[in-house]
Ligand binder design. Structure first.
Ligand code: PGA
Length: 231
């Protein structure tokens, strides 16, 4: 277990992120790589000397007249090291397509920002077919460094967490598929309703490389408990 990635989504205003940062800087952890993915407006309020700053999104364009977009180059210039791509909220609420996701991966790689590709099936969808489709689409470009976050869509924000053996076999499937098709070893995180209560069970998953946490990451006290479990 190596990575603890915290996705704030569209939460916390200036006052709240300042308090969060103050509390977070008191935490101590060893042997895990922590990355906070704040809203763009909150990036500059985080002290990145102890952990990584990630981006929740990136423009598929390089630069220029694209109102409202933020480029990979701009992210790099403020110290961003990881970026989420293809999060289910962007795929399903904001209608992001596989083509856009692929372009975003390319832009991130041009700036040496590591894409964290989020994949996972919706309720009723064939899991392996979905994972294969999402992976093979992303691998249409030459992948340098990449991480995968396996997040079943029906687990995100719902409190419904899969059993460990089911998560383990999905992670196994992803790792084997990427190895077989692309000869790559890629870290796989799990996400979807992970919190300070279920982490004690989830950390028992054998082949997991880390967790991507949404709601529980907004409360520093919960993050602290999660870190203590992962020690
Ligand atoms: P959640 O979100 O922990 O609130 O379910 C996880 C995610 O969307 O990455």
């Amino acid at each position: 277990m190596k990575y603890l990635f915290l996705n704030h989504k569209m939460n916390l205003d200036k006052r709240e992120i300042e308090i969060y940062n103050k509390e977070f800087s008191k935490l101590v952890w060893n042997n895990i790589e922590v990355c906070i993915f704040p809203t763009f407006t909150n990036m500059s309020y985080l002290d990145s000397t102890k952990y990584n700053i990630g981006s929740q999104n990136v423009s598929r364009f390089q630069a220029g007249s694209y109102t409202g977009e933020v480029s990979a180059h701009q992210l790099k210039s403020v110290g961003v090291t990881y970026a989420l791509v293809g999060h289910s909220e962007r795929r399903h609420i904001l209608n992001e397509s596989e083509e856009e996701i692929l372009e975003k991966i390319k832009r991130l790689q041009e700036e040496d920002i590591i894409p964290v590709l989020c994949i996972g099936e919706t309720k009723g969808e064939d899991r392996e077919e979905t994972l294969k489709r999402q992976l093979s689409s992303a691998f249409q470009t030459e992948i340098k460094d990449m991480m995968i976050a396996y997040e079943p869509v029906y687990s995100i924000g719902t409190g419904l967490v899969l059993e460990n053996d089911e998560i383990e076999s999905s992670i196994q499937f992803i790792k084997e598929y990427v190895k077989k098709e692309y000869n790559r070893d890629i870290p796989v995180l799990y996400g979807g309703s992970v919190d300070e209560k279920n982490i004690a069970i989830l950390k028992g998953i054998e082949n997991i490389d880390g967790f991507l946490i949404g709601k529980a990451s907004l409360t520093v006290e919960k993050v602290k408990k999660i870190m203590e479990e992962l020690k």
